[in-house]
Write a new protein. Structure first.
Length: 405
């Protein structure tokens, strides 16, 4: 009886969860349980918010009558769905990380309990292999056998009690292995959805570029002026300030009244003085603001960075190649490379607001483009990319977190 049970017990005490470790290594998750759980909760929240934006934009695209507006909202909806898939991947990786941490804790407990049981079962196995004839021929063996039987009657219940707890933990290990496999399936599905949505977005953006080429003359001139300002600006703050001034001048020119037809009887005409237009207030855009990318916040507004320079926005750490979107509806004032910031996009919003997004590896918009909230701006780089959002109200930096919808 003892001999038949010992190999099964020893096999059950072997380390478990090798498959979970391989999955966790694939997901590249590290850190303590609290940090991983916080990352999981944030990823789930980001996925829900992106899904809600995607549904809203898809409904708006379905109701749009103009082709340009319909295409713009379809692109924004696809960008939201891409961010949803990215958040789903982050959530699956966090789940795998939690499972791997639980597996490691389980293996440590099993290791602590395994050694004394292995020694005991080894001794019992040695005694169980002792021939009965040898016990009868050796003097004192019968008495030792009686003592051994009495000892077994008292120790076997203890062994059963301890192995029952071990079996429960081993069953927990098998359950963790199944959970990890399910999380891996979700991860692979999210990655497949992400690839499909990126392909669809590229197709929609190609259509938009073909349409924009038909009226690209004025856009080219605006782009040249923006590039010239970028060359003249001493730093990024000066560039944003100059673009703000240019945008204010353009708004003033657009608000001027058009030419008035000459009256039939000039002598009887009365001069009409137009009421001065009210000074635009820095009200929040109708669509509100949103973060341009999903990711972990690594620097908040006003935090001191390298050299003691204060951060004028919030800095995020997204996944490699993450989708970056417009924080609100607005007009592209600058899009392209700028020294020390990779590629940047500066947007003008109604009410005297300006937003600045840095850290793009690729820009998919051009100067003069009118964007809806959530329109794709481009993608982040690879190798621990960093994306920063700065928000200015009347030319002064403000904390973006206070104005997120």
């Amino acid at each position: 009886m003892i001999r038949s049970r010992i190999p099964v017990l020893l096999l059950a005490l072997l380390p478990i969860g090798a498959g979970i470790a391989a999955i966790a290594q694939r997901a590249d998750i590290s850190g303590d349980s609290a940090a991983t759980r916080a990352a999981l909760n944030k990823a789930l929240q980001d996925a829900r918010e992106a899904e809600a934006r995607g549904k809203k934009l898809e409904a708006e695209a379905a109701l749009a009558t103009e082709a340009a507006e319909k295409t713009a909202r379809e692109a924004a909806a696809l960008a939201a769905r891409i961010q949803q898939a990215e958040a789903g991947i982050a959530a699956a990786e966090a789940r795998i990380g939690l499972i791997d941490e639980q597996r490691q804790q389980l293996n440590r407990r099993l290791s602590a309990r395994r050694e004394p049981l292995v020694r005991l079962t080894g001794a019992l196995q040695k005694l169980a292999r002792r021939p009965l004839a040898l016990s009868a021929l050796k003097p004192g063996s019968v008495r030792e056998t009686v003592y051994l039987r009495a000892m077994l009657e008292s120790t076997i219940p203890q062994i059963r009690q301890r192995t029952a707890a071990l079996r429960a933990e081993i069953d927990r290990g098998r359950a963790l292995e199944e959970e990890a496999q399910q999380a891996l399936v979700v991860l692979e599905q999210s990655e497949s959805e992400l690839a499909q949505r990126r392909t669809r977005l590229a197709s929609v953006e190609t259509q938009q570029r073909l349409v924009s080429r038909q009226t690209g003359g004025e856009a080219d001139r605006e782009n040249e002026r923006a590039l010239a300002l970028a060359e003249e600006a001493r730093d990024l703050d000066a560039l944003v300030e100059q673009l703000d001034e240019a945008g204010s001048l353009r708004a003033e020119l657009a608000s001027l009244s058009g030419p008035i037809m000459r009256p039939a009887q000039p002598g009887s005409a009365q001069a009409v003085v137009a009421d001065p237009s009210p000074t635009p207030t820095a009200s929040r855009p109708r669509s509100g603001f949103q973060l341009p990318v999903t990711g972990r916040t690594i620097a908040g507004f006003g935090e001191a960075g390298e050299g003691g320079v204060r951060n004028n926005g919030i800095t995020l750490s997204p996944r490699d190649g993450a989708q970056i979107v417009a924080p609100a509806e607005g007009r592209v004032a600058f899009a392209g490379p700028y020294r020390g910031y990779d590629r940047i996009v500066i947007l003008e919003h109604e009410g005297g607001w300006t937003s600045l997004v840095t850290g793009l590896a690729r820009t998919d918009v051009a100067v003069g483009d009118d964007l809806v909230a959530g329109s794709p701006l481009g993608v982040a780089g690879t190798g621990s990319p960093v994306v920063t959002l700065e928000l200015r109200r009347g030319g002064k930096p403000v904390n973006p977190l206070e104005y997120l919808r």
